[in-house]
Ligand binder design. Structure first.
Ligand SMILES: [Cu+2]
Length: 667
């Protein structure tokens, strides 16, 4: 029945589109009066008049019809975008491009009460500290959805912090961060996070080479002492956590490693990471030396790192890795002698390395070269079998370019990153030419006309990454591409010198690509995003049990129920088990003494969807969100006497203002 209803709705929309387009053409050719086309099946007679009054072109109208999602109807897709410098993850619905949520990850966040007193979120942020330095922000770049057999499974999301070399784990049952790991050997990363096809590992490559293990070495010892590191974080799906004890890393030359992608299907067990600065430039603009921007661009070729991670796993199990600060590191000579690491020459300071859906090719975006270069995984395997290599100055085998290259396609200026559709086409972002280029893959994807540029569509402006529906999986979904533009210049109402970012939704279903919608993002610079079919996710709407601990995803030992609320004093420690329910906290009066230590648990016994409560204790920097069914804990030293008022910060009921209490501190 639902299906039949959906078909009818689609039919009406189709007729509406035609009616509007007919009406508009009439308007534009100077026809007067209300639109000539009769309204179909309940269609408002003035729809074309609205379009005319708002000066909408036929393309505008069709774009509106393709993106409009009526209130109460759901989007078809989720898009998970990195939140850039905000250190968070943004969740959009597609095709409406509505922002549905910000997931707090590396930065304290007030709405969700993340890292503002609540014990578990404080612990998660604390896991991410560097030595003894707390780090309360992140530069999030590349989100990665967990996969099963190379397809998104909707269970987990991983996100990197480029600045501090960290990876976070988000559970998509409740859209909350559960873990942050800090790389114990490397200070930064960029190309993370990328998952292997069954999420055995999350790949996390460093970007700027430094001495490993946070050691010091003068820049004059760059070649001897500085290194890159590609870390494989082991994911324990049962526990929903990265397991550092089962993780390992591969030491690589001090080229600046960039984006990676995991092999899949025929190339499962392998991973590919681009690089730039194979020149090993060390900067020095202040001494009159070439700056990095030119020093890293001297050679025509850099190196695609080709790694056999299944072999690396065996080598670690055989005890051939060296443990550095708790991380098992396969040293560079071992990686070479064991056949784990190879290099392929790639033009020229490239950015993305993207594996095609069948796992047979690796597409490298040239950045300073106008081509994408397509490498054949089979040809790489043939070269390994024949031992047909050159060597770099570290002794790493280097494939001969012409022996492993399958094709090059000239696309335009600044090709960066490539995603795929379900029709055998690839889409590459052009930073300098500000656009998306559609091009055709060769066999076995398309039997004729392969490896050809098909179409270019301009974007506004300076496109970095782009993403397509499930466009980096074994079965891309087609339909939409989203361009993540770095500039927005003249696209929106001015809001001061710091402009929003501009995410543009592009329809790829027709013979011509069409930009459908501009979505300004004014919270940070989304760097990359992934789009997943909504039906793959099964998020909870209310926690499964009252007294739920969100970090443990289990019943909290300090959960309380109505009638069991209590306050206990043990010497100078006061412990409170509080209950929240519309529209009161119980207890409502708590008296302690200056110098006490307070441990405070609050359980929301709400079972109603969306009946969230907040909790604010002014003066003590305590701010919480308590979802229906959740138990939260915070503790603090009572340093100031006086009378403090705590209250619920979510407008939860008509008597929301009455949901408050007194925290009395005797001098
Ligand atoms: Cu990037």
């Amino acid at each position: 029945m639902l299906w039949a209803k959906t078909k009818v709705v689609q039919g009406v929309v189709g007729v509406l589109a035609v009616a509007l387009l007919v009406g508009l053409s009439a308007c534009q050719t100077g026809a007067s009066g209300p639109s000539g086309a009769a309204p179909a099946a309940g269609l408002s007679a003035n729809a074309a008049d609205v379009a005319k009054a708002r000066s909408l072109t036929p393309d505008d109208v069709s774009a509106a019809l393709k993106t409009y999602v009526p209130g109460g109807k759901y989007d078809d897709y989720y898009m998970f975008a990195s939140g850039g410098q905000s250190g968070q993850v943004f969740v959009f619905g597609l095709p409406s491009m509505r922002l549905l949520k910000t997931i707090a990850v590396f930065t304290p966040e007030s709405w969700q009460g993340y890292g503002q007193g609540e014990e578990d979120t404080m612990k998660i942020l604390d896991e991410g500290k560097f030595k003894n330095n707390p780090i309360l922000w992140g530069d999030t770049h590349h989100p990665a959805l967990s996969e099963t057999n190379g397809q998104y499974d909707g269970q987990y999301l991983f996100i990197n912090d480029k600045a501090n070399g960290r990876i976070a784990v988000i559970d998509l049952r409740d859209f909350r961060t559960k873990q942050i790991v800090k790389n114990p050997v490397m200070i930064n990363n960029h190309g993370g996070a990328f998952v292997t096809p069954n999420t055995d590992y999350i790949i996390d490559p460093s970007q700027y080479a430094v001495p490993l293990d946070f050691q010091y070495a003068p820049i004059s010892e760059y070649k001897e002492k500085y290194r890159g590191l590609i870390t494989y974080w082991k994911f324990d799906r049962q526990k929903g956590r990265i397991d550092p004890a089962q993780s390992f890393a591969i030491e690589v030359p001090p080229y600046w490693q960039d984006l990676c992608d995991a092999g899949k299907l025929v190339s499962d067990g392998w991973a590919f990471c681009g690089s730039f600065n194979s020149e090993m430039a060390t900067g020095g603009i202040e001494e009159g030396k070439p700056p990095f921007e030119s020093g890293t661009a001297q050679r025509d070729m850099d190196y695609l790192h080709v790694m056999n991670w299944k072999k690396a796993e065996e080598v670690v199990k055989a005890g051939k890795a060296q443990t550095i600060n708790g991380m098992k590191v396969i040293r560079l000579p071992t990686a070479v002698s064991e056949g784990i690491l190879y290099l392929a020459p790639e033009p020229k300071s490239p950015h993305g390395s993207d594996v095609t859906p069948k796992g047979d090719y690796i597409v490298v975006g040239g950045k300073l070269d106008p081509h994408v270069t397509i490498f054949s995984f089979k040809k790489m395997q043939d070269a390994i079998a024949k031992q047909s290599f050159d060597r770099d100055s570290f002794g790493v085998p280097v494939f001969k370019f012409n022996e492993v290259m399958e094709a090059q396609v000239e696309l335009g200026l600044g090709p960066l990153h490539t995603v795929f559709d379900d029709q055998g086409y690839a889409y590459t972002s052009l930073f300098l030419d500000s656009g998306v280029v559609k091009w055709s893959l060769g066999a076995p994807y398309r039997t004729e006309g392969g490896w050809k540029r098909v179409e270019h569509i301009p974007t506004q402006y300076n496109l970095g990454h782009l993403t397509a529906v499930e466009g980096d999986t074994v079965s891309p979904g087609g339909k939409f591409v989203v361009a993540l533009n770095k500039w927005s210049v003249d696209r929106f109402l001015p809001v001061g010198p710091l402009h929003p970012q501009n995410l543009q939704l592009i329809d790829i279903t027709g013979s011509k690509m069409q930009v459908l919608y501009d979505a300004p993002v004014g919270v940070g610079e989304p760097h990359y995003a992934q789009i997943i079919k909504a039906e793959r996710l099964k998020p909870w709407k209310v926690y499964p049990e009252t007294g739920w601990n969100a970090r443990a995803q289990a019943k909290d030992p300090n959960a309380t129920t109505a009638g069991k609320e209590k306050i206990e004093r043990r010497g100078k420690t006061v412990e409170i088990w509080m209950r929240a329910m519309r529209s009161n906290f119980n207890p409502e009066r708590i008296t302690v003494k200056k110098g006490d230590h307070v441990i405070w648990h609050i359980t929301s016994i709400e079972r109603t969807e969306d009946a969230t409560h907040g909790f604010a204790l002014p003066g003590y920097n305590i701010n919480l969100s308590i979802d229906p069914g959740e138990t939260v804990t915070f503790e603090f030293d009572v340093t100031e006497s006086g009378v403090f008022t705590y209250y619920c910060t979510e407008f939860c009921s008509a008597l929301h203002l009455e949901m408050a209490g007194y925290f009395m501190v005797e001098p």
